[in-house]
Design a protein. Sequence first.
Length: 76
Amino acid sequence: MVSAAKDVAFETVEDTERYRLRRALAINVLGDPDHYAVRFAWLVVANPAIGYTSTDGDIQFTVNSSWDAVAGAPAP
């Protein structure tokens, strides 16, 4: 989650609502990661593809692919 927040925070600046929402979530996550850990943890464990043998990459992919939904950002 923090890794994804860092990546989003360094995205190229755009003048779109989607970008603003994604970046706001990134700033909030970096400022208070404990608050957001539970939200992202539920998204990860709710994914049927994630299990005991899942890799860190599998979990990171799940977090990354859920970012816009958590941010409330519209699809690109």
